[in-house]
Design a protein around this ligand. Structure first.
Ligand SMILES: O=C(O)[C@H](O)COP(=O)(O)O
Length: 428
């Protein structure tokens, strides 16, 4: 009988075959191969066919929550992940990126400052922007998170604001509350557009534009950027805002949804920590990604083992590794990230669990094809490994799961119910 289920999400690991190969299919993964001896596998569209989701939307869907019903934007989840409360109606939270632009033309040179901004540098820059006064009684709260990433809250002391505003980031376009990755975006810093015909949305856009414009001046003049320029590094002289939201999603606890409790989460990025909190999971905190997977993964593994020892019936694990090389068009880097996760996480995990009692569901939140350098709406493979399953595909990849033939799910939110039902039926 399954006493516990581990959901392992390899961020961005899924890919689009080129010459019949993907980083997953080419990676050396003895741990995943062991899981694939006793497994079923298939595919899912993380949200719905044709949607190239961001990680947060895809993860909420994969945890079994229908986005149209629960999703309220990435900004509030990033804020929740770092313990920043939002005053609903008077504040709007955004996911932000420090970026490099040409201030004269507003052309975006690099949306992530070349992934070269240290978290301490980002904290100094955030401090220079935090508390900025906007309009009559507006303000900005700015918190750096990991690397070039940040959370920005735009607020007004007396007036109501709205999250129905466009992204100040061309890489993701807003369609209602969700954002989708844009293929070959025009890399120019846009102005904010209200997405509803209300005074609140117009007012919020005015404050967003004022913040973004004044941030360029402050960042251009900041000593951190003078130092970076002297070292020949890209300046972090702009801040991109996206995925506005004005409230935390109200989601029923996942342990109730699954009938597996209690529920725990091991996640590296603020947004997934925020999702875990919103879903009623206990986060087992780990240090932020250092850029060295071999150094970080043992700590992640230890946190998972502690969550299992503590008696959690559902453990959600979200490992960031493969996504960034996918965004950077780096096939070898993505393959290497998968191999390191296998070597330092999956393989040693298997030495500590009994697959007769612990089932493991491995998947990816979305595809980040290295050939596209962005998220895509491609089908994503999933694999359920459990000792009671007599055989399996023998390896975990888009190629192997296609050959093995398995359930294709139109929406990611169908996956966990399908897996729980599969286990129940087989256990009878
Ligand atoms: O790495 C992240 O924070 C996201 O998953 C991708 O966001 P980006 O496109 O701004 O890097």
């Amino acid at each position: 009988m399954v006493k516990r289920l581990i959901l392992l999400i390899l961020d961005g690991a899924a890919d689009r075959p080129v010459d019949g190969k993907t980083p997953l299919s080419e990676a050396y993964t003895p741990g995943l191969d062991r899981l694939a001896q006793n497994a079923v596998c298939g595919f899912h569209y993380p949200v719905s066919p044709g949607i190239a989701p961001e990680s947060d939307l895809a993860t909420i869907s994969l945890l079994g929550y229908v986005p149209e019903k629960y999703y309220t934007g990435r900004g509030p989840l990033e804020a929740l992940g770092i313990g920043l409360a939002i005053k609903q109606g008077h504040e709007v939270a955004f996911r932000a990126n420090f970026a490099t632009i040409d201030p004269a033309t507003r052309r975006i040179i690099d949306r992530r400052v070349g992934r070269s901004l240290g978290s301490e540098e980002a904290r100094e820059l955030a401090r220079a922007l935090d508390g900025m006064q906007l309009g009559q009684d507006g303000y900005a709260v700015v918190r750096a998170t990991i690397g070039h990433r940040a959370v920005v809250v735009i607020g007004s002391r007396s007036q109501r604001l709205s999250a129905a505003v466009s992204n100040i980031d061309p890489a993701y376009v807003r369609k209602g509350l969700i954002s989708e990755a844009v293929k070959d975006p025009e890399m120019v810093l846009p102005r904010c557009k209200p997405l509803e015909d209300t005074e609140e949305a117009r007012r919020t856009c005015e404050m967003v534009d004022e913040f973004v414009d004044r941030a360029i001046e402050v960042l251009e003049a900041h000593p951190v950027n003078a130092e970076r320029a002297n070292k020949g590094l890209l300046k972090a002289n702009a801040i991109l805002l996206r995925d506005a939201g004005d409230r935390i999603p109200e989601m029923p606890p996942i342990s109730k949804q699954l009938g597996l409790s209690p529920a725990a989460a091991i996640a590296e990025m603020p947004v997934e920590i925020g999702i875990a909190r919103a879903a009623g999971m206990k986060p087992y905190m780990v240090s932020p990604p250092s850029g060295d997977l071999a150094r970080d993964l043992p700590e992640r593994l230890e946190a998972v083992l502690k969550a299992l020892r503590d008696g959690n019936g559902f453990v959600y694990v979200h490992l960031k590794g493969p996504d960034e090389p996918g965004h950077d068009g780096d096939f070898e880097g993505k393959k290497k990230a998968i191999e390191l996760i296998d070597k330092h996480f999956v393989s040693p995990l298997l030495d500590h669990i009994d697959l007769k009692e612990t089932a493991i569901l491995v998947t990816s939140d979305h595809a980040t094809p290295w050939s596209l350098k962005s998220h895509s709406g491609d089908l994503v493979p999933w694999m359920l490994s459990w000792g009671e399953i007599p055989d399996g595909p023998g390896e975990f990849s888009e190629i192997a799961c296609k050959k093995h033939g398995g359930q294709i799910l139109e929406h990611g939110w169908l996956l966990l119910p399908y897996v729980v039902e599969f286990i129940k039926k087989r256990a009878q």
